[in-house]
Design a protein around this ligand. Structure first.
Ligand code: PHE
Length: 339
């Protein structure tokens, strides 16, 4: 029995060493440990041994079995690894190569500048408000004293959509929506897209962005408006920036003005960016028209307010030296990746 065990051990050990693949290794395992395997037969025959031989032979048989099983397991691991290596070589796949790097997203320059502008006003106590891109005629025009016949209502300038609605031509309707639902004191800025039926060129686009501002409280006057926009100008372009207010006309403010900032690039001497003017036009503004306040249920005898609206795209263009408005709307990755 002993000899038989030793012979089996030697034979299977040699066969395992010689096995060239996983399939032949499995054949060897079945020949040894399968139902009709040689080791299985020996282990089963244990019971027939004389009682005094059983412990010795039993222990030996267990050792042989454990040794062969371990050898099988080792060889199996080796052959699987070899099979995997071969498969990888065949597929030409090198898993040790570094992975493909995922490109990081970039924030759009208009989004960066919008956030910057909002942060400045938030620092002055303003809250952010929003309104819909598709507006009612009432909110976009009527409530702002822009009555029928006003040139701004011309179909050449305004995108009309079904149901008599319009794509808002400015962010001023957000003033109305906010005042309809809130009582003074009010201090908000409202960033957003606006739409006008313009052809795309270096300085015009059918869609662009504005930041609207509105402040309503008791005793608000033009000095507050000048102060707010001057503080804003300095926060945006630095302490040396000056502001200039020129009389203008808007239907929904009285008096109305346009505000210029001294050129951030040349400091007012005149350069290519300010077209030799020394000043850059920044916003339309004025004191909220009493009729506009009244229409929203705010008593103009008690309250007054100022409003302003500025173009965001142009600030982004100036900030980053972007030569053509088109670049802000084309979503060309090569351009956007620079931000
Ligand atoms: N809504 C005006 C425009 O689009 C700008 C503006 C806003 C003017 C608020 C005065 C007050 O040009």
């Amino acid at each position: 029995m002993k000899e038989e065990l030793l012979a089996i051990q030697t034979k299977f050990a040699a066969e395992i060493d010689a096995a060239g693949g996983l399939a032949s290794l499995e054949d060897i395992r079945v020949a040894a440990f399968g139902k009709k395997g040689e080791m299985t037969a020996i282990l089963r025959g244990m019971g027939a041994l004389p009682a005094e031989e059983r412990p010795v032979i039993g222990q030996m048989a267990n050792e042989v079995r454990a040794g062969l099983e371990e050898k099988l397991a080792e060889k199996k691991l080796m052959l699987s690894k070899a099979a995997m290596d071969e498969e990888m070589a065949r597929q030409g796949l090198d898993v040790t190569l570094p992975g493909v790097k995922r490109a990081m997203g970039h924030r759009h320059p208009v989004a960066i500048v919008t956030e910057e502008l909002c942060k400045i006003f938030m620092g002055m106590g303003y809250e952010i408000a929003e309104g819909p891109d598709v507006e009612t005629d009432y909110h976009n025009f009527e409530a702002l004293n822009i009555y029928s016949g006003h040139p701004a209502r011309d179909e050449q300038d305004t995108f009309y959509v079904e149901g008599g609605r319009v794509l808002r031509t400015h962010t001023s309707p957000v003033q109305i929506r906010y005042m309809e639902n809130n009582r003074p004191p009010i201090a908000i800025v409202a960033p957003g897209k606006v739409f006008r039926a313009d052809e795309l060129d270096a300085t015009h686009s059918p869609v662009f962005h504005q930041l609207e501002g509105l402040l309503v409280d008791k005793g608000i006057h033009m000095g507050h408006l000048k102060g707010a926009l001057t503080v804003f100008a300095k926060a945006l372009f630095g302490e040396d920036v000056k502001t200039r207010f020129r009389p203008h006309h808007f239907a929904f403010t009285e008096p109305s003005a346009e505000v210029d900032f001294s050129c951030f690039s040349c400091g007012g001497k005149g350069c290519r960016i300010c077209k030799g003017e020394g000043w850059i036009e920044m916003a339309g503004c004025g004191m909220v028209h009493p009729k506009v306040l009244a229409r929203c249920g705010i008593d103009p005898e008690v309250y007054s307010g100022f409003a302003f609206g500025m173009g965001i795209d142009r600030i982004a263009m100036q900030r980053y030296g972007i030569p053509h408005l088109r670049l802000l709307f084309e979503n060309d990755m090569k351009f956007l990746q620079q931000f």
